[in-house]
Design a protein around this ligand. Structure first.
Ligand SMILES: Cc1cc2nc3c(=O)[nH]c(=O)nc-3n(C[C@H](O)[C@H](O)[C@H](O)COP(=O)(O)O)c2cc1C
Length: 184
């Protein structure tokens, strides 16, 4: 099959769409990010990238902490809402009836209604161009108990979705292979 060369700016596939909390108390805001990825196991570090024009940029700069909240397919509207309105204009928590849940280590609140939350402290940042990349050390992870299997997320229980070229795509809750199956 012939291959065509496309723009180097195109995204990796799939990308996540996670809702990130930034800021504390009355300042707390929510922003949806696709530029989110684990980049180190030990210490556990996740990189996120934010454009400086976002309201959330000022808040991550001010407090140096964030929480990654992963939605289920039932929270798709909340996810899109947090990525299409600015905290400068609306209180996303109030508009979406989301509850601030106290985190165990950071001061930034978690989203209570979202089943998977990762508390992060910024340890480094890189000004890359359109986006500033923040490296957050994960200091605590929380998960709804019914979604846990063997001390980890149960991939067959969480109904989640990916973000591919501007579209939200549900992930089938079915394991099609386990890490290392090709060795057998
Ligand atoms: C699915 C999705 C993914 C997004 N990913 C990013 C991202 O990785 N980085 C970024 O700066 N903005 C991203 N955005 C845009 C921001 O979420 C959006 O501009 C938001 O309204 C900013 O909110 P704020 O002004 O309250 O910070 C994304 C939006 C959506 C809907």
């Amino acid at each position: 099959m012939e291959k065509k060369t496309l723009s180097p700016k195109l995204a990796t596939i799939p990308m996540p769409a996670a809702v990130i909390s930034v800021g504390v108390e009355e300042d707390a805001n929510l922003i949806t990010l696709a530029y989110v990825g684990k980049v180190c196991l030990n210490p556990p570090i996740i990189a996120i990238s934010i454009q400086p024009k976002r309201y959330s940029y000022q808040l991550i700069e001010k407090y140096g902490e964030f929480v990654i909240n992963y939605p289920t397919v039932n929270q798709l509207r909340e996810t899109d809402y947090c990525g299409t309105r600015s905290g400068r204009d609306v209180n996303k928590w109030k508009e979406l009836h989301l509850t601030k849940e106290k985190a165990s280590i950071v001061k930034v609140p978690m989203v209570k209604e979202f089943p998977w939350n990762m508390e992060c402290k910024v340890i480094k940042k890189l000004e890359l161009g359109s986006h500033v990349c923040y490296f957050g050390e994960v200091v605590a992870t929380h998960c709804n108990s019914e979604l846990i299997k063997d001390d980890n997320i149960d991939p067959e229980q969480i109904s989640t979705f990916a973000y591919i070229s501007g579209n939200y795509i549900p992930l089938e809750q079915k394991i099609i292979g386990k890490h290392g199956f090709s060795l057998k």
